[in-house]
Design a protein around this ligand. Structure first.
Ligand code: CAA
Length: 694
């Protein structure tokens, strides 16, 4: 065995050179790997005893892409393009032996090999779109030449990988082998023995020709992804590259278009934000004082208290991964309704073809309903999901303390209440933690894990792992009213209210935030959630706009009217009645209404969120600013191409945020515009939130 570079070695066995890449954890295409590919191929070519080459990777996966940490820095070693050109032009057949995930630059590397074989569990994809990029090493030109234009378009715009069976059927790989190394060597020998050609995908034009003169292929994909990819640049750029593959006179011309569009994305703000977020999400799983090797509780059975919307959604997450759930209600009718909704949700998913009818039955078979809380005795984790009332929650935790076996986790789904107070109802506060799911809980990816003063490391570690198991992105937060997400949201909601008193209308505020990239604005959100959430009809005395709307029966989408009027398809239109009420309130609060432009609406809504984020960091409620961004992207739909509120602030410059806060303070006279001390300090030091370490 010869070391070719720091990350690759070469052995020759019976005429086959085996080039092995070793760059843990995911064999990313770092400088040492690129050097290994270039040098390894050159060495094998020069060795007369070698008639074919197998490219294989050590560890858990084939090359999973470019080394994202190198992006934006000074490149070292050979370029990826040079390495791939050398491989494609190699005079001896190269066979890629693929396991794990061949992603991005990894798949592009495989695509310059003359043949590909894989084990049955391998996955193949071009996920660059998720990083705001496109495959910049020929992927958009080669993939359609192998799998066809339609499939390539799906793969590059969704970033979703395909499995080995699909890869075999579409011609991406030649064989599925059981023993990867042995199978790949045997395949390489077969290529030589049968005198098979050196297949260069760049020369294969058949599938490209089929798509020529069919612009409808591109129109169809654009239409199908339009809603999901609103505001994103990369999906459209990926499509343009595949279009170039079809319409360019030569392969190299298409490659040139790919290179140009790649650079535009790579140097743009969206990709910077999306790459930042890739690491933010992974960083959030690391808790400084909870080491990786902390013991975990084995979660074999879960109890959920409350079969309402939240309890049902939470249960579905857990059933989906094959863990049994016992759901507790106080009344049979509520229990039946809750179980019925879960079944209906699964049936609907099955109708859409996302799961099978057998999956529906398997999941329902894991679900038990009961009216007896004592049935939770043997659960390893119990999640309380009843309405937000401290007395009720304390009563439940007092009971759980007596019923549930020692060592289990007692979790509350509270979205704002004091977890430490809830924990006082038990004799084991170390077992108590907050698991704040976001509605709809079976869909939204965020899980705010609320660490109480006494939550044990074991309980925290288990909760973080369990979040991953059920497919959630977790962020660990401390106890304060509203935790991270809702505490920041409250600032935006307050400003949205001020704006309509000062001169804007709900639909104007909503439009600005929608255009910024949020899924909806604050008023659409209120109408969707229901204006009467937390509203008390007995205590309502018309003091706020919301009181007046609720009193008038305008309680949101569900009543056909809220801040907007809704037609039978729930399409909103601005309401003259609401405008009248707003005018009355403006007058009552002695505001002189004025024109408020979009720029002010945006800044007024966003900057107080950033300011609250600074306070949250300073108080240690979030570990790092990127955790706040994870909360806002996955909990509230903040556009990922803007990174999150804290990254957005850094990209504007904190000095500008402070200046604007002070300016609004002068205009409005409202003390909420006092910039947070941490924000001021970082701005004065010329730093960003990214530089903050608690
Ligand atoms: N570059 C650098 N580091 C990477 C990386 C990459 N491409 N992919 C993963 N890592 C790191 C992660 O940051 C993580 O590091 P820490 O342990 O320090 O947090 C570690 O590898 C393990 O990653 P995961 O926790 O994500 O592990 P997983 O097993 O859950 O998933 C994976 C593995 C499917 C490969 C996943 O990491 C992934 O999707 N990676 C990104 C793949 C990708 O986007 N590739 C395209 C890159 S862009 C490109 O290739 C452009 C081009 O055209 C040349």
């Amino acid at each position: 065995m010869v070391a070719v570079s720091t990350m690759a070695d070469l052995t020759v066995e019976d005429g086959v050179a085996i080039l092995t890449i070793n760059n843990p954890p995911v064999n990313a295409l770092s400088g040492g790997v690129r050097a290994g590919l270039t040098e390894g191929v050159a060495m094998a070519t020069a060795d007369d005893s070698v008639s074919s080459i197998v490219l294989i990777c050590d560890g858990r996966t084939f090359i999973a892409g470019a080394d994202i940490t190198e992006f934006g820095g000074k490149p070292t070693g050979p370029s990826l393009q040079d390495a791939l050109t050398a491989m494609e032009n190699c005079t001896k057949p190269i066979v890629a032996a693929i396991h794990g995930t061949a992603l991005g630059g990894g798949l592009e590397t495989a695509l310059v090999c003359h043949y590909r074989v894989a084990d049955s569990k391998a996955r193949f994809g071009l996920p660059e779109v998720n990083l705001g990029l496109l495959p910049g090493a020929g992927g958009t030109q080669r993939l359609p030449r192998v799998v066809g234009v339609e499939k390539a378009l799906q793969m590059v715009t969704s970033g979703v990988p395909i499995g080995s069976t699909e890869a075999l059927a579409s011609g991406l790989i030649s064989e599925i082998v059981d023993d990867l190394r042995g199978g790949a060597i045997a395949f390489a020998k077969k290529v030589v023995a049968e005198g098979r050609p050196l297949v260069r995908i760049r020369d294969q034009n058949e599938k490209i020709e089929e798509a020529k003169g069919k612009p409808e292929l591109f129109a169809a994909i654009r239409k199908s992804i339009a809603r999901k990819t609103r505001g994103f640049k990369a999906p459209e750029f990926n499509i343009r590259c595949v279009e170039a593959a079809v319409n360019s006179a030569t392969f190299d011309e298409g490659l040139k278009t790919e290179g140009k569009l790649f650079m535009e994305l790579m140097t743009g703000e969206q990709s910077a934000a999306q790459r930042y977020f890739f690491f933010a999400e992974r960083q959030a799983t690391k808790i400084p004082d909870v080491p990786k090797d902390t013991a975990e509780i084995d979660i074999k059975k879960v109890g959920v208290i409350g079969a309402g919307t939240m309890g049902g959604g939470i249960s579905m997450n857990i059933l989906n991964v094959g863990v049994p759930v016992t759901i507790v209600e106080t009344k049979q009718e509520a229990l039946d309704r809750g179980l019925g909704v879960i079944r209906k949700n699964y049936e609907n998913t099955a109708k859409k073809g996302r799961i099978s009818q057998q999956d529906v039955e398997d999941r329902m078979a894991l679900l038990t309903g009961t009216l007896n809380i004592e049935d939770l005795a043997d659960c390893d984790l119990v999640i309380e999901a009843v309405f937000e009332n401290m007395d009720v929650k304390k009563d439940i935790f007092g009971k759980l303390d007596k019923i549930v076996k020692q060592g289990s986790i007692l979790a509350s789904n509270t979205s704002a209440l004091d977890l430490n107070e809830i924990a006082t109802a038990t004799t084991r506060p170390e077992s108590v933690i907050g698991l704040h799911f976001f509605s709809p809980a079976n869909v939204m990816k965020l899980l705010e894990i609320v660490r109480g003063d006494h939550s044990s490391k074991e309980v925290i570690k288990t909760s973080m792992s369990f979040a991953k198991k059920i497919g959630k992105a977790a962020a660990l937060v401390g106890v304060c009213p509203g935790f991270v997400g809702n505490r920041i949201l409250a600032q935006r909601q307050y400003q949205a209210q001020q704006l309509i008193l000062e001169g804007a209308l709900p639909h104007e505020v909503d439009k600005v935030l929608f255009d910024f990239g949020m899924p909806m604005g604050p008023y659409q959100m209120s109408d969707l959630a229901g204006l009467d959430l937390g509203w008390d009809a007995d205590k309502s005395n018309g003091e706020t706009i919301r009181d007046r709307l609720c009193e008038a029966g305008r309680r949101g989408q569900k009543t056909g009217a809220g801040y907007y009027d809704y037609d039978e398809n729930r399409i909103p239109t601005p309401s003259a009645d609401v405008e009248k009420i707003i005018m009355e309130f403006s007058e009552k609060s002695q505001k002189i209404r004025r024109d408020i432009d979009d720029e002010e609406i945006l800044a007024r809504c966003i900057f107080p969120m950033i300011n609250e984020g600074a306070k949250i960091l300073d108080e240690g409620i979030a570990i790092r600013s990127s955790d706040v961004d994870v909360v806002w992207v996955y909990g509230y739909g903040w556009p990922i191409y803007r990174g999150g509120p804290m990254h957005y602030a850094d990209s504007i410059g904190l000095d500008k945020v402070v200046a604007k806060m002070r300016e609004f303070g002068e205009i409005t006279g409202d003390p909420v515009w006092e910039p947070a001390p941490l924000l001021v300090r970082l701005a004065e030091e010329g730093k960003g939130f990214k530089d903050f370490a608690a």
